[in-house]
Every structure is written in C-alpha cells, then in structure tokens.
Design a protein around this ligand. Structure first.
Ligand code: GLN
Length: 188
C-alpha cells in the first residue's frame, strides 16, 4: 500500500505535534499552508491552538473553500480542540469557519488555562483508553442527527464523528497519543 500523505494545517497551534503523531501512526506528514499544498494530501488534521487566529489565517491564505470542497468530496479530517471549533456548524457567541460538522460549540467552556485537566477516555472503535489533555477546551452543546458520539466525559460528548470527519475537544497529539490519528488514517 502506498504511504498515506497526511496533511496538517500549519497556520498556528500545535501542528508539529500532529505531524509527529501521523508519522508515529505510519503516515508521511505534510504541512499545509496553501491550496496547492492541500491538493497533494490524502487527509488533514486541524490542530489545537487559537480558533480565532486559525480562522483569520485560513481566510487570508484562501484555504476555507478548498478545505470545504475536499471535505465534501470525502477527505478525512481530524480536528482537535481549536480544530473542532473551526469545523463546527455553530460557534455560540462567535462565527463558524468551515461549517462542516453539525454541532454547536461553546468555546473555553471549562474555564481558563488553570482549569486544564487530563482524563482517560473509553472511545468507541479504539481498543485502549485514550489519554486526553483538555486545555481551555470547548463544550459541545448540540449534536446533529448525522453525528455519532464516540466518547463522553462527565456527560459531555468529547469525541464525535460525522462520516469522514472526526473531532475531539482535547489534545491527543500533545502526549504522543496516536490512536485517533490511526483511526483517521483507516478512513483514507
Ligand atoms: N480556547 C481555544 C479556542 O477557542 C482552543 C484551545 C485549544 O485548542 N487548546 O480556540
């Protein structure tokens, strides 16, 4: 099987950690900053970071429509934390960017940086507990009928899937947890 070219949106945030996670999961990571670079990848991770900055830069680099088109054509996308926010249909009190997954998100809903925490999660489709680092994480307030919840934490959905899209409100990439990257690669 040819090696999968796993794109990582490299505008802001922890894209280097996503690239490492894809490499550990057996793919060739490719940093994506332009529509031309997007053309060559088989899947895409949208990293954690600051969703307002990622949104501003994605618009400035003319990446919004190209990502939406690839997503609609079936390209698998993994969004973590800020990446989940930019994929959402609705950002409460804010503006959506890609509007691809039918969820409503409340940003920074667990409080401030000091309220960050870790947990081990049971995730449907993954055969071991997934270590999750929550940093100024968003909360999913509404889940559309086409969206499947793969994991919850204290009653809140924290890993969700809608067809070729997978999102997590935490950061697997920060601690070398590659199970979600592997899960995405199996969709390519
Ligand atoms: N709070 C950030 C935002 O709203 C997300 C935090 C993160 O990605 N760790 O974009």
């Amino acid at each position: 099987m040819p090696v999968v070219k796993a794109g990582v949106l490299a505008l802001q945030g922890d894209f280097r950690e996503h690239a490492r996670a894809f490499a550990d999961a057996g793919a060739t990571p490719v940093e994506v900053r332009t529509p031309e670079e997007l053309v060559g990848v088989d899947c895409l991770a949208i990293p954690g970071g600051e969703s307002t900055t990622i949104s501003k830069l994605a618009r400035a680099y003319d990446l919004v429509e190209p990502i939406r088109e690839r997503a609609r054509a079936g390209m698998p996308i993994l969004g973590t934390c800020a990446g989940m926010i930019v994929l959402a249909h609705e950002v409460i009190g804010g503006e959506p960017l890609l509007d691809l997954m039918d969820i409503a998100i409340r940003r920074n809903a667990y409080g401030r940086q000091v309220d960050s925490f870790e947990a081990d999660l049971v995730v449907e489709g993954i055969d071991h507990p997934v270590r999750a680092v929550f940093i100024r994480a968003p909360i999913v307030e509404r889940v559309g009928p086409a969206v499947r919840v793969l994991a919850e934490h204290e009653g809140h959905p924290v890993v969700l899937e809608q067809g070729n899209l997978v999102v997590a409100s935490f950061h697997p990439e920060l601690i070398g947890e590659t199970a979600l990257h592997g899960y995405l690669l199996r969709k390519v």
